[in-house]
Design a protein around this ligand. Structure first.
Ligand code: NAD
Ligand code: MG
Ligand code: MG
Ligand code: MG
Ligand code: MG
Length: 345
């Protein structure tokens, strides 16, 4: 091991917001990322126009926040720098209808996730720069951190550099939204997209949800109470993950009992065994060869039949019903404890 980072990381001193002084940035979409980027850019002195559909419910929010709002097509026409922050699944249509007809040579087309470029759902012309600035956090934190003079780490990638300035311009954008305060890590569209999809499928969202449900079912099927199973397999997860977030696996192992540490170290790999590793390799393969993305594109074109069914099934899992009941009880006890505290004062 070495202390050197294997990849380039950029900070405030590496970037200059005035690089964008002659630009107008079109922020398309005013959701999680869109509102944060638009407001942070505006506060950083960058000229911003928000592009939203005429009937978008976000219009009034963007206007109330003091931003100029127009249609996506008009915003792209006005802009020299286009930040695509509508949902990934609608980006290809927005690109065809609003972006492509209004892009000009030398413009920058920027994304916050590489999916549509990497899997060729969007094919930009050769005479524009194609970049990515992807904050590694939900948009409300990108905004809140910026307002608190703090930063949000982010990723930067350049897919196409026709002006020769793509990197410098993306870095300036990263600085304007507060990312270089915390560090902007250089990556590629391929690496960002494939690791993001793999991570959310195998570990973060899919993997952990299945681990929790399988643990819960194992206990309940063996006759233990659903409440105990919920606390053990779901509720305590947060406490464990908080420790890992603060100090890695080491902080977690240090904090649990020796019994838990020994049990975990001896049994963890029995649960997540070589078969699971092979499953993960298969999931990665389907990400790399585009099979997952093809399936997801077709699912959307068909009106999301499987997706809707899976969502319903997940909502009706017993652990969700037990959890809702217990969390309500908890909230009530917490509220009561707070009232008692304040009465004592
Ligand atoms: P979102 O769903 O929160 O917001 C989408 C916005 O686009 C909304 O304002 C919506 O009104 C608008 N919109 C929807 N359909 C539209 C259409 N047809 N035309 C114009 N506008 C339309 O999206 P988000 O989560 O901010 O994601 C935006 C991008 O940022 C995606 O590429 C996503 O992968 C990426 N990203 C998201 C996060 C995150 O934590 N949310 C983190 C990093 C990157
Ligand atoms: Mg333009
Ligand atoms: Mg993702
Ligand atoms: Mg325990
Ligand atoms: Mg214990």
């Amino acid at each position: 091991m070495t202390d050197e980072f294997t990849t380039e990381i950029y900070y405030d001193d590496d970037a200059d917001v005035s690089t964008l002084e002659d630009d107008t940035v079109a922020v398309l979409g005013y959701g999680s990322q869109g509102h944060a980027h638009a407001l942070n850019l505006d506060d950083s002195g960058v000229d911003v126009v928000v592009g939203l559909r005429e009937d978008s419910s976000s219009r009034s929010a963007a206007e109330a926040d003091g931003l100029e709002v127009t249609t996506p097509a008009e915003a792209v026409a006005q802009a020299t720098y286009v930040s695509v922050l509508v949902p990934d699944t609608v980006q290809p249509a927005v690109y065809e209808n609003a972006i492509a007809p209004n892009l000009e040579a030398g413009d920058t087309l920027q994304f916050a996730h590489g999916l549509n470029i990497h899997y060729n759902q969007i094919t930009p012309p050769e005479d524009v720069d194609v970049t990515m600035i992807a904050p590694k956090s939900p948009g409300h934190l990108v905004r809140r951190n910026y307002e608190n003079d703090e930063g949000t780490p982010g990723l930067l990638a350049v897919y196409q550099d026709t002006t020769g300035d793509a990197h410098e311009r993306a870095l300036a954008y990263g600085k304007a939204i507060g990312c270089t305060r915390a560090g902007v890590v250089e990556t590629t569209f391929r690496e960002e997209t494939e690791t993001d999809l793999f991570g959310e499928q195998a570990v973060l969202c899919g993997g952990i949800a299945s681990l929790i449900k399988t643990g819960y079912e194992t206990l309940v099927d063996a006759g233990y109470s659903p409440e105990m199973a919920y606390f053990e397999c779901m509720n305590e997860m947060k406490l464990i993950v908080d420790l890992m977030y603060e100090g890695g696996l080491g902080a977690m192992w240090d904090s649990v009992s020796d019994t838990a540490e020994y049990g975990g170290l001896t049994r963890g790999d029995d649960v997540v065994d070589e078969a699971v590793r092979e499953n993960m390799e298969e999931v990665l393969e389907e990400v790399q060869n585009g099979e997952f993305t093809r399936e997801w594109v077709l699912e959307n074109q068909a009106g999301r039949p499987s997706y809707n069914q899976l969502r319903e099934a997940e909502k009706s899992h017993e652990i969700e019903e037990v959890g809702e009941r217990l969390r309500e009880l908890f909230a009530w006890e917490e509220a009561e404890a707070e009232t008692e505290d304040s009465e004592e004062e």
